[in-house]
Design a protein around this ligand. Structure first.
Ligand code: PLP
Length: 395
């Protein structure tokens, strides 16, 4: 018999993965070129050529005992220094190697942050709609997820509702900008105001509230939107980063956590993250890819590729009468379901071989998510199906 916790997890197993598998089945039945699968956030542009080149050079150049051996649980010192210097250059921070812990992607990073900070029953505030895995990560440490309903006009965090949700048990406020699933980038005003609210609540409750910024999409911004780094707004900010999307390396499992010295109890937090990397069984982030990303840290994925897809999909759907949130970052489009029951809408779309994810998977029913990290040809071909779908709903 599996544990009660796992039995529960299995019952609520990832909707996105289920959709992805369904897409594979449909592809086998109708031919991959006739299925329009917008379900998964798997990058659609290859990693920059310099990543592969660096891997080959590192394998040829480095002492294998050092390259493949155990190391500090935080990662190689020179790699952490390279991450710190990159952030300092871009965001005027003053990090050193000791502020950086290399992690097994953003997921590994969030889990070590949660393990380090959370006691059972502590509260983690999240803003709906949000990446569903946050729930599993909180459950790993018996913490409670507290959801804040969205502002349906803008999908910026609703700060009034947020203020009402903060309690003496709030330990973490988890934000994600650019956002999965909405594609929204938090505005300067949102971040300033959120910081002000947190400062006041820390004083009111005499507690430390950590703002945890989950930033796997940091570089994926469009139009004139600037890349932002959240530590400048609020003293108690910890950043989790990943190269999964920015360098198209999700299978390599590489990212980092950055902890500024001004964070409450910073020394213990950093030591706790290091221990958590070990005791959660990651031990350290994979060595070869640590070295590779440190050589490619100034590189970026092909933003123009995603931008083109973004415009194709957004403009195509708007023209057909669908209501979508204009995405300024990440590679997701958030669309209002024309059916009150978005699950029924998702099912209806399958008739036209279109696969999308229901909003309920992100704690926000009534909407659907379309991941446009696909080929532009697929988006173009999918439009006749969307047209049929729009007709079916009388748009
Ligand atoms: N956070 C968000 C918002 C994500 O969308 C994802 C992956 O899609 C992750 C975290 C996990 O990223 P990683 O693959 O780096 O663990």
């Amino acid at each position: 018999m599996v544990s009660k916790k796992i039995a529960q997890a299995l019952a609520g197993s990832s909707v996105i993965r289920a959709m992805f598998n369904e897409g594979k089945e449909m592809a086998a039945r109708y031919g991959a070129e006739n299925v329009y699968d917008f379900s998964l956030g798997n990058p659609a542009t290859p990693a920059p050529e310099s990543v592969n080149r660096s891997i080959k050079e590192i394998v040829d150049e480095m002492d294998p005992l050092e390259l493949h051996g155990y190391m500090s649980n935080s990662g190689y010192e020179d790699v952490r220094r390279a991450m710190a210097e990159n952030l300092n250059r871009r965001f005027q921070t003053s990090f050193d190697a000791h502020n950086i812990i290399m992690t097994v992607g953003a997921a590994g990073g969030l889990n070590i942050i949660f393990k380090t900070l959370l006691d059972p029953e502590d509260e983690v505030i999240v803003f709906a709609p949000y990446f569903g895995e946050y729930k599993s990560y909180a459950a790993n440490f018996d913490a409670r997820i507290v959801e804040v309903e969205p502002d349906f006009a803008s999908f910026q965090p609703d700060l009034e509702k947020f203020t009402g949700k903060i309690t003496a048990k709030t330990k973490i406020v988890l934000v994600n900008t650019p956002n999965n699933p909405t594609g929204v980038v938090y505005t300067e005003e949102t971040l300033q105001e959120m910081a002000e609210i947190l400062r006041k609540k820390e004083q009111e409750f005499k507690t430390d509230i950590y703002l945890v910024s989950d930033e796997p999409y940091r570089e994926l911004v469009y139009d004139d939107v600037k890349e932002i780094f959240l530590t400048k707004y609020y003293h108690n900010t910890i950043v989790g980063y990943s190269f999964s999307k920015s360098l198209s390396l999700p299978g390599e499992r590489i990212g980092y956590v950055a902890v500024p010295d001004e964070v409450a109890d910073a020394e213990n937090v950093i030591a706790g993250l290091e221990v958590s990397n070990r005791t959660l069984g990651f031990v350290n982030a994979p060595s070869l890819i640590q070295k590779a990303v440190s050589r490619c840290v100034d590189e970026k994925t092909d933003i123009a590729f995603y931008d083109k897809n973004r415009k194709l999909l957004y403009e195509g759907l708007i023209k057909l009468g669908f209501t979508c949130i204009y995405p300024q970052g990440a590679f997701y489009l958030w669309m209002k379901s024309p059916d009150k029951d978005e699950e029924r809408f998702v099912q209806a779309a399958k008739k036209y071989h279109i696969i999308m994810v229901k909003g309920a998977a992100f704690a926000c029913p009534g909407y659907v998510r379309l991941a446009y990290c696909v080929s532009p040809q697929m988006i173009e071909k999918s439009m006749s199906g969307f047209e049929e779908l729009a007709k079916e709903y009388g748009l």
